[in-house]
Design a protein around this ligand. Structure first.
Ligand code: NYM
Ligand code: MG
Length: 208
């Protein structure tokens, strides 16, 4: 018998919405409950493309809006074979940001949303997107906010508007990140438990 494939769980949201903390907590919990789980993050700053992205975000290097957009997408594409192998091997993947961040941050600069979507068409489609919201003031209060490019209140408000446009209720779950770490984790864990027990069929491609 072929092993059941793992599920692809993507976390999205503005900067400092608590995604990284919750991704780590979810991965730990899944493992404790006996599931195979791996945590990945985009941008993956460890590859050579990721290094250019890191320098761009740290304001050490400039790129045109189009070039950096395509590099963020390429940074996902370079990981697709590894993700496919892990999922087909029965590993659940928890991913901190994905194509929706790619579109939201670029379109928030005024770029055409449809143009921004194209390079990510055909990536593996998530089984569930956990979209974390946070009240504006809470975000700017959190540690290190403002150190990287894009971490400005006004810009984050624009990013949030685009995320709302991308929201697809058929596979997105909105989670309010204002609560305590444990409260938020509990909400996420119940949403994810449902996906883990569901039969989601074969892997699908995003936006095809
Ligand atoms: N970001 C992230 C993009 O602009 N496009 C993308 O495709 C992705 C995945 O990178 N401010 C932005 C959002 C963040 C920044 O991500 C770094 P993180 O999760 O804060 O390290
Ligand atoms: Mg950040």
């Amino acid at each position: 018998m072929v092993a059941r494939r793992g599920k692809l769980i993507v976390f999205e949201g503005c900067d400092r919405s608590g995604k990284s903390t919750q991704c780590a907590k979810l991965t730990d919990r899944l493992r404790k409950e006996g599931h195979k789980a791996e945590l990945l993050k985009f941008p993956d700053r460890t590859t050579s493309i990721g290094l250019i992205i890191n320098n761009y975000l740290a304001n050490k290097e400039d790129q045109s809006d189009e070039v950096i957009h395509l590099l963020f997408s390429a940074n996902r594409w370079e990981c697709m074979q590894k993700m496919t192998n892990l999922l087909l091997g029965g590993n659940n993947l928890v991913i901190d940001r994905y194509a929706y961040s790619g579109i939201a941050y670029s379109a928030a600069k005024g770029m055409d949303l449809n143009w921004c979507r194209q390079p990510d068409v055909g990536l593996i489609k998530p089984d569930k997107v956990i979209y974390m919201t946070l009240s504006e003031n809470k975000a700017s209060e959190r540690a290190d906010f403002g150190e990287e490019r894009y971490e400005k209140k006004e810009f984050q408000a624009k990013v949030e508007k685009i995320f709302e446009q991308l929201h697809d209720p058929s596979y997105w779950q909105v989670v309010n990140g204002d609560g305590s770490i444990d409260e938020v984790h509990q909400d996420i864990f119940s949403a994810v438990s449902e996906v883990l027990s569901a039969d989601c069929g074969p892997l699908q491609k995003l936006w095809t």
